[in-house]
Design a protein around this ligand. Structure first.
Ligand SMILES: [Zn+2]
Length: 290
């Protein structure tokens, strides 16, 4: 069933857990995530990222995500991940998404506030929740959302961290429901082992009442992930660990096969692998114990 983001994350705040937001890029992935949430009786946020438009065009895949969310036996929010332009964000709303990340973090703080405020005003009139980003999360994968490419030359990640006073101002002036904060994670696969700045997260949490969101969590270990939840993170985005999970088992299956390999068998395997990976993530965030 589809529920509002506010209802979902209010419960997470009251009971101190976080909800996994996992991007679905194929039908198998979508089914895998939903079956995982249903098996654990946990809420889940189904994400679609603008960067995956060529793989899963929102006009075709968006309504399918919404349809599956309606049928699900657990609370579901349908979310646009890293909507990078206004027109695309509007497309997602038209497709039936009830939560939108409008990512203007590449702009100056002033422009970011101006753009996100304009969108949030409209979205709230339609009962749609909005996520914004202050500070900027580097990406080590070309083409992923974020302000810069991490690449091989290690830049100082701390230069990209969210400043608590900017977070407060951004939330106050835009009216966003959720805020993506940068405090030690990067998109994609980590070059170094991540060290989350939990003190900074605590300081940001004190400054704002928006629900805090962590992106780029695929390489973060269990203890740090739970520390982030204990200090106010209520939505944790995942894709890399889920999206890359099927590759090795599928390759082995193809290599072992003596008979012709049908792609529908590989698709079914992918769904099962994504389901197991999603269950791991959901269980870690304690959302199944609510
Ligand atoms: Zn992200």
């Amino acid at each position: 069933m589809i529920v509002t983001l506010q209802d979902m994350l209010k419960d997470a705040e009251n009971k101190n857990y976080a909800v996994a937001c996992i991007n679905a890029t194929t039908y198998e992935g979508l089914r895998g995530i939903i079956e995982a949430a249903e098996e654990l009786n946990a809420p889940v946020i189904l994400g679609h990222a603008q960067v995956h438009e060529t793989v899963a065009p929102i006009d075709e895949f968006g309504p399918l995500i919404v349809q599956e969310a309606v049928k699900a036996k657990v609370p579901v929010v349908v979310h646009l991940d890293h909507g990078m332009d206004y027109e695309y964000a509007i497309k997602a709303v038209r497709a039936g998404f009830n939560s939108i990340m409008y990512d203007c973090s590449v702009l100056s703080l002033e422009k970011n506030i101006e753009e996100v405020r304009r969108f949030t005003k409209l979205a709230h009139k339609m009962g749609v929740a909005v996520e914004g980003e202050v500070g900027c999360m580097p990406s080590n994968i070309v083409g992923q959302g974020g302000c810069t490419e991490f690449g091989k030359e290690i830049i100082n990640i701390k230069d990209y961290y969210t400043k608590p006073e900017e977070a407060r101002r951004f939330v106050e002036e835009t009216g966003v429901d959720m805020l993506t904060v940068s405090f030690g994670t990067v998109h994609g696969v980590f070059v170094d082992k991540p060290e989350l700045d939990i003190q900074l997260l605590t300081d940001i949490h004190k400054e704002t009442d928006a629900y805090l969101v962590m992106h780029g969590s695929s390489g973060v270990d269990q203890d740090q992930m739970l520390a982030a939840v204990d200090h106010g993170v209520r939505k944790i985005n995942h894709y890399t660990s889920v999206g890359t999970a099927p590759a090795s088992p599928l390759m082995e299956a193809v290599q072992r096969a003596e008979d012709p390999v049908y792609y529908h068998d590989l698709a079914k395997m992918s769904k099962d692998i994504i389901k197991e990976k999603s269950k791991e993530i959901i269980a870690l965030l304690r959302s199944h114990m609510r």
